[in-house]
Ligand binder design. Sequence first.
Ligand code: HEC
Ligand code: HEC
Length: 472
Amino acid sequence: MTERPWSRVLIRFSEVLLLGTISCYDADAAPAATPSAALPAPAARPVEFIKDIQPILSEHCYSCHGPDKQKGDLRWDVKESAFKTGDHGPIIVSGKSASSRVIILVGGLDPETVMPPRGERLTADQIGLMRAWIDQGAVWPATAMVARKAGDKRNHWAFKAPVRPSVPEVERKKWPRNPIDHFILARLEKEKLRPAPETDRITLIRRVTLDLTGLPPTPKEVDAFLADHSPGAYERVVDRLLASPHYGELWGRHWLDVARYADSNGYEKDRPRSIWPYRDWVIHAINRDMPFDQFTIEQLAGDLLPKPTLDQRVATGFLRNSMLNQEGGIEPEEFRVEALIDRVDALGKAFLGLTLNCCQCHDHKFDPFAQKDYYRFYAFLNNNSGGRGAGRIDNPFGQTEPIGRSACRQWIQERRHARLNDLGRARAIAARKQVSYPGMGSLLQHHGGRRIGPRFPSLGDFLVEFGTTGVG
Ligand code: HEC
Ligand code: HEC
């Protein structure tokens, strides 16, 4: 940040005193020119630059003060530029929003100049946020992004941090109960549509139970909700459903799809694999509300954490979900490479939201990634330290070191107990489905003449597979 040159400030200060002119850059020196009463009040909450301020600057100021144009020799995406002293004094006076040139301009207090000079003015809320940011010390963290030129490939919408939009105004002020309702109603009003009438409480509990657990509510749960007219009845149902183990089962399924989870190895033999501990890990992580950063770290490198727990090794099943070719006469190296390609693909899509896999063979005109980047990325995953069972897809306990047999056995037993509980629950669910859809069970069991149904591996099953993949 450029320091305010004190000599210059003093000179200008004396100018004010001598000439008696009104200057806007110091409220103490010239209170009449900055009637802060005419400014919207500063927001009362803690304000963060990246979350609250940068989106306003990006939307309303970058077009003239950004990477492409620097009107008034000023950039609002570069800290040093924003903190400099302009021709009318310092643009930002930390701790004193009412004396800051930028606030005077966006607040429309200077009859000569207003910012932005044309188009939509900032709203009172936005000015209040900017004031609070300055009053709270005008912290501009080093991690704040600098904007890129218009033609930069990295400007693609997918690489921009989502910006929290302001809540739209609506005509029917009484209808919305939360900010999301405002968005829905604003669009309905735009289309000249009226909201549908509120549904009955039976439908409500049915919908929310299906949404959160994938299961219908029991008659008892419906009755309890219908009888509960105290305030917060609905919120209590939601809390109960979020605490239900079925919540993780339903929502874990979405992640397991992205993680290409399967209970068999794929390719021609397509033998069963026991990677269900990873599936349980995902369900459990969602049920205990694991933060997403931890969820990411454990799945990508749980085995490389200091003193990794078995759970953290199991989490790396995300990478080991690749297909495994067990056909006779194949070239093992070819399919090891195939598995790595698959891992780059899964990682790109699941964590980066990008089809990184496309630049495996060639660059693309409009892609921000080149083939060279692809193989740099691939090298991370190709850095396996070796060892027995290392990198084996069907080694559910991670890649690098062998694990003691007793630790392995204890973990399996714990999981088995958990599975038995799951089984108990599964039976209860099946019984409930039987009530709702008589005949469903036999339909499922004899589908196409083949018995189908979930496979719950036994302890013996599990140990055999570990034993053969070099864990113990
Ligand atoms: C359409 C173009 C345009 C937009 C958009 C725009 N500005 Fe400006 N800005 C200018 C021009 C031109 C100047 C220099 C001439 C002047 O001082 O009037 C300037 C100068 C400034 C100055 C220095 C002026 C001084 O007197 O010290 C500040 C501070 C400023 N702008 C803030 C902003 C902020 C904050 C935004 C967004 C809320 C913004 N501007 C949006 C065109 C723009
Ligand atoms: C396994 C290697 C490989 C992968 C992965 C791959 N491509 Fe290609 N791509 C090729 C080859 C080889 C050609 C040239 C085919 C030809 O000219 O007959 C090509 C051609 C193209 C072309 C046509 C280029 C032109 O000038 O006509 C486009 C577009 C394209 N690929 C896009 C993609 C996209 C999008 C993806 C990811 C979904 C992708 N490619 C993934 C190998 C690959």
